[in-house]
Write a protein of this length. Structure first.
Length: 100
């Protein structure tokens, strides 16, 4: 899950850093960005939800979690689309992998 706001410049690199086979679905929730975040996410073939107005980081996270639950997910990994957490993705997957 990627709670995004103005992430167009970093999104390609962040998604590219996710190791193959570590995610069966990538959801980006755009928090009413004025840049090309949605266009970039669509080009990357991500699942995209776009807020009509900015709900802030907490509101964005809630949408991510709600959507995951509605799709029957038991586990998920939230990454920041600015790249600050991508390097931890393999470690997170190892920890929760046995549970999911």
């Amino acid at each position: 899950m990627l709670p995004a706001y103005r992430a167009a410049k970093t999104l390609v690199e962040v998604v590219g850093d996710i190791p193959q086979g570590h995610a069966d679905r990538i959801l980006l929730v755009d928090d009413a960005s004025a840049d090309a975040t949605v266009s970039v996410a669509t080009a990357l073939r991500l699942d995209v939800i776009r807020h009509k107005r900015n709900l802030g980081y907490g509101g964005n996270q809630k949408t991510c979690y709600r959507q995951a639950l509605e799709n029957g997910r038991r586990c998920g990994v939230m990454l920041h689309p600015d790249g600050s957490t991508t390097r931890h993705h393999p470690d997170l997957c190892k920890v929760i992998g046995a549970e999911c």
